[in-house]
Design a protein around this ligand. Structure first.
Ligand code: PGA
Length: 261
């Protein structure tokens, strides 16, 4: 995998937005896999600025959801469908019809998961999947010890993840659902390009385990080591525990300009 160390979150956002913009210029109807949480926001802001300036056209772009809470109505402000409408679709000018995601309110949750996996395949697969990482190494909501070949399915959140996400629910952990639907690790690995973005010192241990630890279900993000085109973009704080940081800096500094991430 390629590791790019950027000075700060804003620079990380711009780098990833540039990669998305290049993809959309090459393939205007690209399927972008998007993530929720605080980390990806600078990406969406930087891409929205490019849309506003006319540097990129998102009129044919398609967007796929990574995960969703089980049981929150779709119009709940913290359902990930609502969050993505606010943070991605509206700022980027992408029509709701170009959005796909699992149904977190389905009575038959597993049938909804299977249907979503099929829908992703029928759409031609995700071209670029943006990922955050949990402090416990989760990607999507694949918590530690998730199968590395898992498909989209229901998962139970760890107490830590519910505490981490309580800030989106008025700081009240009791309001954070226990269950979620998440693309499986096997599903995520089918995207053509994986871009994991991590910022802040709180992610340093998880990033080190992802990049330099063994491939192990205990750190779900380490599955990226098995992907032929995975890029890990980290700010200095999140890179602080990487033993090979100097090598990663050296490699990126000497990359041919045409190559991109
Ligand atoms: P965060 O969440 O970007 O809000 O830290 C990341 C994640 O849990 O995947």
């Amino acid at each position: 995998m390629e590791v790019v160390i950027v000075p700060d979150a804003k620079a990380g956002g711009e780098l990833v937005a540039d990669a998305m913009a290049q993809l959309l210029r090459r393939k205007p109807d690209a399927l972008l896999g998007v993530a929720t949480g605080s980390t990806p926001l600078p990406v969406y802001q930087a891409l929205a600025a490019q849309v506003c300036s006319g540097a990129v056209d998102t009129s044919r772009a398609r967007v796929a959801q990574l995960d969703e809470y089980v049981g929150l109505p779709a119009d709940h402000p913290e359902s990930y469908r609502s969050v993505l409408r606010r943070e991605v679709l509206e700022p980027l000018g992408i029509a709701p019809a170009s959005f796909m995601g699992p149904d977190g309110t389905a009575e038959d949750v597993q049938a909804a998961c299977d249907a979503y996996d099929r829908q992703l395949g029928e759409a031609g697969g995700v071209d670029l999947q943006l990922l955050g990482i949990g402090t416990d190494g989760h990607i999507g909501f694949n918590e530690p010890c998730s199968s590395l070949v898992s498909r989209t399915r229901i998962k139970t959140l760890t107490e830590q993840t519910r505490k981490d996400n309580a800030r989106f629910f008025d700081g009240d952990v009791e309001q954070v659902p226990h269950h979620v639907i998440t693309q499986g690790i096997g599903t995520i690995l089918e995207a053509r390009h994986l871009v994991l973005l991590a910022t802040g010192a709180g992610k340093a241990d998880a990033v080190a385990a992802t990049v330099e630890g063994p491939v192990a279900a205990v750190c779900p993000a380490s599955a990226l080591q098995m992907h032929p085109h995975a890029t890990v973009v980290v700010d200095e704080a999140a890179a602080a525990k990487l033993e090979h940081a100097d090598y990663f800096r050296y490699t990126f500094a000497h990359k041919p300009d045409w190559q991109g991430i």
